[in-house]
Design a protein around this ligand. Structure first.
Ligand code: BG6
Length: 484
């Protein structure tokens, strides 16, 4: 679908996200020939820079993140970029933006707010006061979308005063990842799995996002956030929704988002008693990752001395529906872990009876592993006969490697999502009520941690987190896949 001509305004235009992800994503689409000739990117920031000054920063800070930049394309691409110096909270400075934008109602106008969330409301207000929030404009909101239910509601209410829900794109970049969309294809483009996709046949689901990196230079943000807010409330819950949702009637935004909302609202609420048994929080200590020594979280630059922010969280969730009642969903995420991987493991029930000279317990239950990172693919684990004499069964893998199977170039998650914003496709963005439902479920955990003053358990960098996380799943007679 050809894109309509647009002005894309990036608030936080000189920030980390713009430099590392957004401008490189737009460059790729420029090279692919997707951008209309007149399309422009207007980067907004506080620095009093000219466009030339800004482009020097782009050259040193953003260009290194572009995969294989070609000089000719790059020279053409940066002609689309303009820099506007503006103080987001001072409406008087918006004149510069008014002057920069093309006041043509047939153009699509996008305001991408890659800023701290406390600025969202003021920016929207100022766009409204200056007449820039037109019916053909769209607003993109970057996480963190609140730090609890009250602040998420406030963001929704304040942005909602200026923009209609159909104009609001709440980004969760995990939904832009190829494998996540492939999960939709797997579930609803095949007849095979749907009849089995329920409590009668599935014993448990594990969702892991493990990172090797530490907090790096993001301590200012991260120490007020922690793994629960930074990863679980959004990325992991979105993955859980895609795994667990009922078949939507179509791929249209509201059909998919209604189905996800139903999952979020069906998550069993935690109580202080269930929380004490079903959640583990950890914080990394010094250790080795890839053979290199790495410091403790508390020794990272700018870390508060006795920070009790978690860098790891694991929990057991349940979904109170006919489809899922009694099926545990184990979610886990952490920094400085043994490996970088993001995967979903769906384990099926064991066979009821062995006809072979092997006990039933020697049969590995079937499992489907959906890999998002580092490589993208699916493995279906089956029992098969080992070759040769006799009848001995062993686990074997049916493997679908997306890179091998489809040779077409891949898109980064931000690239895909930016294209969707430009096309006006909302399916892969969170709706306001979804965001609130996710926070509503998370809130008792936040309260519990606060009241209980229960500090995270230390774990050594380069491991799979605190031993308590293994014990959490071990109590149900299970193991995390990497620990089997
Ligand atoms: C971001 C978090 O949303 O996702 C980061 O703020 C995290 O802390 C990142 O590192 C992980 O994303 P990805 O795509 O690298 O798995």
């Amino acid at each position: 679908m050809a894109l309509n001509d647009f002005d894309l305004v990036l608030f936080g235009g000189s920030g980390d996200l713009a430099m590392r992800k957004l401008l490189p994503a737009m460059y790729s689409r420029h090279v692919a020939g997707d951008l209309p000739p007149g399309a422009r990117i207007i980067c907004v920031g506080r620095h009093e820079w000219s466009t030339e000054d800004f482009l020097e920063t782009v050259e040193t800070t953003s260009k290194p993140h572009i995969k294989a930049p070609a000089e000719l394309h790059y020279a053409e691409f940066i002609k689309r970029i303009m820099y506007v110096s503006l103080n987001a909270t001072d409406v008087a400075t918006y004149d510069a933006l008014v002057a920069a934008l093309r006041l043509d109602d047939s153009l699509t106008r996008i305001y991408y707010l890659a800023t701290p969330p406390h600025l969202f409301s003021q920016i929207c207000d100022n766009l409204s006061t200056t007449g820039l929030a037109t019916p053909n404009s769209r607003v993109v909101l970057e996480k963190p979308l609140g730090r609890d239910l009250a602040s998420a509601r406030q963001i929704n209410a304040e942005v909602g005063k200026v923009f209609a829900e159909s104009q609001i794109y709440r980004i969760d970049h995990y939904l832009g990842k190829e494998t996540v969309q492939n999960l939709l294809a797997l579930r609803f483009g095949n007849i095979l799995f749907e009849p089995l996709w329920r409590r009668e046949w599935i014993s448990d689901v594990q969702i892991t996002i493990a990172e090797k990196i530490g907090v790096g230079n993001r301590m200012g943000y991260y120490d007020h956030s922690g793994a629960l807010r930074d990863m679980l409330q959004n990325h992991l819950l979105q993955l859980l929704c895609i795994v667990a949702m009922e078949p939507p009637t179509s791929i249209s935004p509201d059909a998919v988002r209604d189905a996800k909302l139903q999952v979020l609202r069906s998550l069993k609420k935690f109580t202080p008693t269930t929380l004490s048994q079903n959640i583990v929080r950890g914080q990394y200590r010094a250790g080795h990752v890839d053979g290199q020594p790495v410091p403790s979280y508390r020794d990272e630059p700018d870390a508060p001395e006795r920070s009790s922010t978690e860098t790891f969280v694991a929990l057991k969730a349940e979904i109170d529906t006919w489809r899922w009642a009694g099926v545990p969903f184990y979610l886990r995420t952490g920094k400085r872990m043994a490996d970088r991987l993001a995967e979903i493991v769906v384990r099926f029930k064991p066979i009821p009876h062995s006809i072979f000279n092997q006990p039933t317990s020697s049969f590995q239950p079937n499992s489907l592993v959906i890999r998002l990172q580092p490589d993208e693919g699916l493995s279906l684990n089956l029992m098969a006969k080992t070759p040769g004499d006799g009848m001995r069964l062993k686990q074997a893998e049916l493997e679908l490697d997306f890179r091998e199977q489809f040779k077409t170039p891949r898109m980064d998650a931000y690239e895909r999502l930016l294209l969707d914003v430009l096309r006006g496709q909302l399916t892969l963005f969170m709706r306001g009520d979804e965001l609130e439902a996710a926070w509503e479920w998370i809130e008792p955990i936040l309260d519990y941690w606060e009241q209980d003053d229960n500090n995270p358990t230390p774990y050594t960098s380069g491991t799979w987190g605190p031993a308590a996380a293994s014990a959490l799943i071990g109590r149900d007679g299970l193991q995390w896949r990497e620990e089997v």
